[in-house]
Each structure stands twice: as C-alpha cells, then as structure tokens.
Design a protein around this ligand. Structure first.
Ligand SMILES: [Cu+2]
Length: 497
C-alpha cells in the first residue's frame, strides 16, 4: 500500500511540511530534476494540489512556519490506502458477554492505522450494513464528513488528506447529525497514529534505540442501553475490545525494556486516569505530539477522544506491573491489565489497539457460550442473554397502574421491556434532543408495532413530544422505531385470567 518511504520534500521549507513557498518552489524544481535520478522522492506541489480552488490559501499555508492544513487535491497520489468496512454485528467482549452493535472490519475497536507525518492518506470506506454509516478522522486537518459522511448501505466513499500533525488520534463512524454520537456509543471507533517524521520521542534519543514494545492502547466503554450511554452509566470498560483482556493474557516484557505506549481514551463519556502500578513515566506527550513533552508523573488524564504517548522503562525487577484506569469504577468494570516482566519472556514488538480477531468457529463458540448479551439500542438475542443486564430485564406494572411512560433516549426505548395489565395506557416521550435532519441522522422517533395481537403506530415525535396507545388484547407486542429500526421495544400485556 505504501508508495514510498521517502519524506515529503523537506526542501519545500524550513520544516518538512511548511517553509517559504517561493523559496521552496525553486528547490522543488531542483528536486524534480534530482528525482529523475532518484525515483523515491515525494510528490511536488502540482501533484498534491493540482487544479484545486483556493490556491492562494494553499500557497500561503505551504509558506508558513507552522504546518499547513491537511488539505490535498482529492486525486493526489496516496502513500497509504486504508480500506475499512462498516457493519452491524455481534462480537464476544470477554467474561461471557456478547456485544451486539456496530463494528469496523468486524471488530470493536476497529483496526489500528499507522502513518508517518507528511504522508498522503486515502481512506476508502464501505458500508456493508443495513443503516447509514460514515466516518470522521481526527488526524485530518480538513473536511472529512463532506466526503465520507452519509454513506448508504452498499456504498463506498473515500477521502484523501495529508497527515500533517504527529500524534495519536481517534477515528469513528459519523453518518451525520444525531447518528454521530449514537454510532460512537454503538462501538464504531479506532485509533490512527501519525508518527513524527524528523523528531522522534525523547526516550528513543536518551537510550539510542527504538522501543522494545510499541503498545497501542485504546480505552472505551460499553453500554446496555442508549439511555445509559447518553448518561455515561457504563456497564463495562475495556482496553482494546475485551474486558480484562490483558489480565487473561498478560503482555510479556523484560526488565529494562523500553516501552512506548500510544494511549487513546475513546470514552465516549468517561474520563480516564491511566496509571501503571510500579511505573513512573519517563516522558509523556500531550495528544502524542513529540513537542508537547512533559517529564515524570504517575497518571495521565484523558477525556473522551484525548490521547497521550507515554514512555517508560521496565524496572530491573521481574514481576507484574498492573495497568489500570485509576478511576476505580472503571478499573472494576474491566479497564485493567498486566505487564508481566521476566528476563526470559518471549515478547512482541507491538500490540495493536484493536479488538481481538476470531476464527469463525471460535467466534461462534464464544457467542454460543454467552451468559449476557449487550445490545444498547435493541433487545439482545434471547439465546445469548440468559442473564440479562438491568436495562433488558422486564419492568412489571400492576393492575393499579393506569399509565406507563416509556422514554425514547439515546436511540433506545427505556424500559425496553414492560409488562402491564390490559387497558393500561402506554405513553412514549422522546427525550432525545438532537432532532435536526431526517431518519438515521435525526433523534426524532416513533413506535410502530411489528408483531402482536393489535397493531399500533405513534406519531413521529420530536424532542419533549409524546403520544400514547392503550392495549387491551393480552399478548406480546414487539415494536421498533421506523427511522431507526434497530431500536426495539417489547410490551407484554398480561392475561387477566
Ligand atoms: Cu455507523
């Protein structure tokens, strides 16, 4: 995929991406001649920008001391092409839990993407799912949603940008409007790292070697309902897609190893104060930028979409060093793992920040053995959910209750399952606030019966609007929201006999 390892022509300016355009242009000409003999050189101005509009802005930005933006012409030749696939599906997330949500390349989190500062990156994004998806790429200092928002089922769209700022970034699904937070809460996110080109990180210079381990670590939350997701009431927290992943399979290191960690807290709601027991940081870099360097310290503090590069050495003592979010509610819900240091350890040089890959048979076996299903915006399959989470347990109302209110919040019904006496008035109230747009990209909802003794359909509800039906026939009613068909609710009307 990578077209060339060579730098963007540093001749263009005083830094690899900037410099004085006028002076740079002359050097580019020289460099063009040189490139006849040396085929590995990078693209020139016209290759990058072609017949772009706003050429005077591009010229200004190329001549600045600071980095230019990430804009390049959509036809610029990429150094990397990443093809990712957005879909809906189930993944085992450890501890007997199966998550039924939105995935990238069949994983949660999606693949770890790595490029070098100055690289031209093309993202080709395919929607293999049943609902609209899209993408937002935080490493791009230019329009992305314009090109890769609103990707319809079956469609592929692409965006090309130059990765101008080194660091650790989030990318996530972004179909537009209200669907952006919903799909992030649903699990569609991953890490993209832009390695600095000319200046490396300090510990590499101090030790005069590359890291023994590059550890890409993504912290994230998992929710049992859309309501809990909006309110930040996480069921679980995880590193790299699986609860207690590195407790079950500790990361092997050796005393003295140089570890560089690329840490991203995706959230989508909670703060992380990441700490390793027995380790103090040698250097940390805010958002992973090599110039944003701080020494020492016990934790890093990372809000949602916040990131750090962390450098440290394993002390000259064998043993276990425990990695955790020191917000202890998160630790106890899954955000904990172990670095196991032994002199004779067989080590890996990198650990990626993506969900585990399973062979189909193993995946099916784990799903078959599930004791808990988590489907934030629907009702988990009964066969993966013998012991439901709080949000999925039926809420029973007595015959003395004449009205039951069901909230629509975070693209889910809450309670998801109610049991009522015949003749009970059921009222839906839309508590989603973001109701711009239409369909998937809006928080406007309704409730439409799919199965049951009587049919019903409420009005389409905007924020703080409500509608009611009264069900008299005993039986089970399954209903959905028409614009968001993965929103599932159930009403059980008891037989009074
Ligand atoms: Cu999506």
């Amino acid at each position: 995929m990578k077209r060339t390892e060579s730098a963007y022509p540093s001749a263009i300016g005083r830094n690899p991406l900037g410099g004085h355009f006028a002076a740079g242009f002359a050097v580019v000409l020289l460099w063009c001649f040189a490139s006849v003999a040396q085929a590995s050189a990078g693209p020139d101005f016209s290759e990058l920008f072609g017949d772009s509009d706003f050429i005077e802005i591009i010229e200004r930005d190329e001549g600045l001391e600071t980095r230019p933006t990430g804009y390049v012409h959509p036809d610029a030749e990429p150094d990397h092409v990443f093809r990712i696939d957005l879909d809906e599906g189930q993944v085992p997330i450890g501890q007997g839990v199966v998550y039924d949500g939105f995935l990238i390349d069949g994983k949660l989190p999606g693949p770890t993407l790595r490029v070098t500062e100055g690289d031209i990156v093309r993202m080709e994004i395919t929607n293999s799912g049943d609902v609209m998806h899209g993408a937002s790429i935080h490493a791009a200092y230019t329009q992305t949603s314009k090109h890769v928002g609103n990707i319809l089922p079956g469609q592929t769209k692409s965006v090309t940008f130059r990765a101008t700022t080194p660091g650790v970034f989030m990318y996530h699904c972004a179909p537009g409007g209200h669907a952006i937070p919903m799909h992030v809460m649903f699990g569609q996110y991953g890490m993209i790292v832009v390695e600095p080109r000319d200046k490396s990180y300090q510990l590499e210079a101090d030790l005069g070697q590359e890291p023994d381990l590059k550890l890409y670590m993504l912290q994230h939350e998992l929710y049992a309902s859309g309501k809990e997701a909006v309110e930040g009431d996480a069921s679980y927290t995880a590193f790299n897609g699986e609860l207690f992943r590195y407790v079950e399979n500790p990361i092997r290191v050796r005393p003295g190893d140089y570890v560089r960690m690329y840490f991203l807290n995706v959230g989508p709601n909670l703060l992380s104060t990441f700490h390793i027991v027995g380790i103090l940081w040698d250097y940390v870099y805010w958002q992973g930028h090599p110039e944003a360097q701080w020494p020492g310290g016990q934790t890093i503090t990372a809000g949602p979409s916040d990131s750090w590069v962390i450098e440290f050495r394993i002390p000259p003592e064998e043993g276990v060093y425990t990695m955790l979010d020191h917000g202890v509610g998160a630790t106890s819900r899954g955000a904990i793992g172990l670095l196991d240091a032994r002199a004779d350890a067989e080590t890996s040089s990198e650990i990626l920040a993506e969900g585990p890959s399973y062979e189909p048979a193993e995946r099916a076996e784990r799903i078959g053995e599930a004791r808990r299903g988590l489907a934030p915006f629907g009702i988990p399959d009964a066969d993966t959910n013998p012991v439901p989470a709080r949000a999925d347990r039926p809420v029973r109302f007595g015959a003395d209750v004449d009205e039951v209110v069901i909230e629509m919040k975070g693209n889910s019904f809450y309670p998801k399952v109610v049991e009522v006496a015949p003749g009970t008035k059921i009222t839906w109230v839309n508590e989603d606030v973001f109701t711009y747009g239409l369909g998937e990209t809006s928080g406007a909802h309704n409730a439409v019966a799919m199965r049951g003794p009587q049919s019903f359909a409420t009005a389409m509800l905007g924020h703080a609007e409500s509608d009611s039906v009264t069900l008299t026939e005993p039986g089970t009613y399954d209903y959905i929201c028409a614009p968001h068909p993965y929103m599932e609710g159930r009403i059980i009307v008891r037989d009074p006999g």
